[in-house]
Design a protein around this ligand. Structure first.
Ligand SMILES: [Zn+2]
Length: 216
């Protein structure tokens, strides 16, 4: 069934009993993110689709990427697609996922959507570490811990093959949010070419900062 709320639409199997709780949670949280990204009047409502069949979800993903066990949510088509809790439990990675984790996974994905909508300059390449730096810090920070960054900038830029990629992005995001103004960060979101100009410096400084944090 489809439920329409102020900022989003949610499409789910009515047998999933916990969806009303998820909806309440999203209603409370989503406007804060929209304010952060200065998206106060969305042209279209965001759509959340809860897949109640892992097979259907795999089929959906096949259009964009090779399915991997850890995949339980995405925004490839501009919607927030995610597995229901019951289906996520069928994976190895999310066998013990809780409802709170499911809720914060949606927030993480919602940050990605907001970032996409906030971007002004057309830019083909996604700077993955920046993308995940914001989503992990703003969306589901409780899931991540800061680390001491050892990876080179080149390794960080090859985000998918970087070991510890999400904790690395979370640490860079910690550094960015603590040391750059909201305006600066939004400018990087709006104009990825500006981010690219500064990215070597940001990564070098974030790495150094992460080492100082360890000593403190
Ligand atoms: Zn993400």
């Amino acid at each position: 069934m489809v439920l329409e709320k102020k900022n989003f639409i949610i499409d789910y199997d009515e047998n999933i009993s916990y969806i009303p709780e998820v909806v309440d949670f999203l209603e409370k949280k989503m406007s804060g993110f929209m304010n952060y990204f200065e998206l106060n009047s969305p042209k279209t409502k965001e759509k959340v689709i809860v897949f109640n069949s892992i097979e259907k979800y795999k089929k959906h993903l096949e259009k964009y990427t090779e399915y991997r066990d850890y995949m339980c949510a995405d925004t490839y088509d501009g919607n927030i697609n995610l597995l229901s809790l019951e289906e996520a439990h069928k994976t190895h990675e999310h066998a013990n996922m809780t409802l709170d984790e499911l809720k914060s996974t949606i927030l993480h994905e919602f940050v990605h959507i907001c970032q996409k909508n906030c971007q002004v300059e057309k830019y083909n390449k996604t700077v993955s570490w920046f993308w995940e730096a914001l989503a992990t810090n703003l969306g589901n920070p409780e899931k991540f811990s800061r680390i001491t960054i050892e990876a080179t900038n080149k390794e960080i830029n090859n985000f998918n093959t970087l070991p510890n990629n999400y904790p690395t992005a979370f640490t860079i995001g910690n550094y960015l949010l603590g040391n750059y103004s909201h305006e600066d960060i939004l400018n990087y979101v709006k104009y990825p070419s500006k981010l690219l100009v500064d990215s070597e410096k940001i990564l070098n400084d974030a790495r150094e900062w992460s080492h100082i944090q360890r000593i403190k």
